[in-house]
Structure formats: C-alpha cells, structure tokens
Ligand binder design. Structure first.
Ligand SMILES: [Zn+2]
Ligand SMILES: [Zn+2]
Length: 231
C-alpha cells in the first residue's frame, strides 16, 4: 500500500513519521537537516533574497536606494513586495516540480523556506493568486493556494479569476498587463489589508493587476509575498 494512502497519516506522532519517512534532500538525495527535506550543504547554498526594492522585490545593489528606478518612475499598486528567495538553482527546479509535476514534498519545503524568510510586516490575511477553474481542473491544485495552506496564517478566499487568460510566458511586461486586464474579481467583503501570495514573480504584472482589483473594491493596502523573485 503506498504510504500516502495510509489512514490518518496526519495524526501519527511526528517522531514515528520521521522513522518511516526520513528527511531526504530533494536536491541531492543526502539526509535532510534542520527539519527540512534539504541537506546542510544545499540549505547553506540557497539563493535567499537580499537587498531588494521595497515595492517590487527586484534585487538591488547594496548602495542603491530602497526603491528601484521603475517603481520610482511609476509606483506599483501594491504598497510593498517581499520575496523569500530568488528564482535561481535549485529553487527554480523545486518550483517547477511543485507547479507542474505534482511534487507536493517540494511545495512543503518551499513553504517552510518562506516561513524562514517572512516579510518584515504582519501579513494577515493571505490571498492566494487564483487559477481559472479550467486550469485548476487540468493541474489538480493551485500552487499559490497550496503554499498559503502550508503557511500558519489565515487565508482569505474571496479572490477569483473571472476569465481564462493565455499563459504569461513569452510576453513582455506590457503584454502581460494587457492579457490580465480585468481578469480578477472578488466575492464578499474585502479585508482592509491583505497580502497576496504567489509562487514566482517575474515582471510583477499578476500581483499588480490583483492589487489594483483589490484596491478598486475597497482594500486600503495590498502587499505581496512571493516564494521566489526572478532577478
Ligand atoms: Zn542536498
Ligand atoms: Zn521596484
């Protein structure tokens, strides 16, 4: 019988579970370290996000201002963005495995890493970037919602995608914004302050479109927290 189908696995004491399923580095296969499916060496080498733009999380040189040139030119609708990691090896492969290959162990590890590098603000409640129903059915789960579920914070489920949009890859930042125009809507009253959660931030167009939607329907302040930022 596969372990995943054992009844009440979640109720088993952690120590017993550890004996049955010892921690293994998801990158190199060595024994896990520090309660993670990651070995000591791979943990030490992770590309944590360092100094970055307060508004869009773009990495910045040490001597730069705290807001990047493009956010200074035109402030994005989100008040702040925090990335825990950079989209570099091995984080990029872990995210691909989680997003496209049903590797939920990789998702759990990424959520644990997000918890170790949280935003410097109180980020309640979390709002996962929604998938359209059609894509959700095809993929089986929403990676942003899954990350939120694994983080120990309340989640607001009122945001949804009102129409299917074509994939964002291979588009410029401007085309991405156009592609997403009016793509999101909300059900029910909106909390005054929210933190949008996504797995990867590339140009920031999704977070910006969502922040604009949430502010339009009454949110006072929208911030964003992503697992990894494309540098
Ligand atoms: Zn390793
Ligand atoms: Zn910026």
């Amino acid at each position: 019988m596969p372990l995943a189908s054992l009844p009440l696995l979640a109720d088993w004491p952690a120590a017993l579970l550890r004996l049955l399923l010892p921690l293994r580095c998801l990158v190199c296969g060595d024994p896990g370290h520090d309660d993670l499916d990651l070995c000591r060496a791979c943990l030490a080498d992770l590309p944590w996000s360092g100094r970055a733009c307060l508004r869009c999380a773009l990495p910045l040189p040490d001597n730069a201002l705290i807001v990047c040139g493009s956010c200074r030119e035109e402030a994005p609708p989100q008040a702040a963005t925090h990335a825990s990691l950079l989209y570099l090896p091995p984080v990029d492969q872990l995210l691909v495995r989680f997003k496209f290959h049903q590797d939920l162990a990789a998702g759990r590890l990424l959520a644990q890493l997000m918890q170790r590098a949280p935003p410097p603000w109180s980020c309640l409640p979390l709002v996962p970037v929604p998938l359209h129903d059609r894509r959700l059915r095809r993929r089986g789960y929403n990676q942003a919602a899954e990350l939120c579920r694994l983080l120990p914070m309340p989640v607001w489920q009122g945001l949804y995608r009102r129409r299917h949009t074509a994939p964002q890859s291979e588009r410029t930042a401007e085309q991405r914004r156009e592609n997403l125009f009016d793509a999101f809507d909300v059900r029910g009253p909106v909390p005054p302050r929210l933190t949008v959660v996504d797995d990867v931030m590339t140009t920031g167009s999704t977070v910006m479109e969502i922040a604009e939607t949430l502010r339009w329907v009454g949110a006072e302040e929208v911030r964003a927290w992503v697992c990894a930022r494309v540098p």
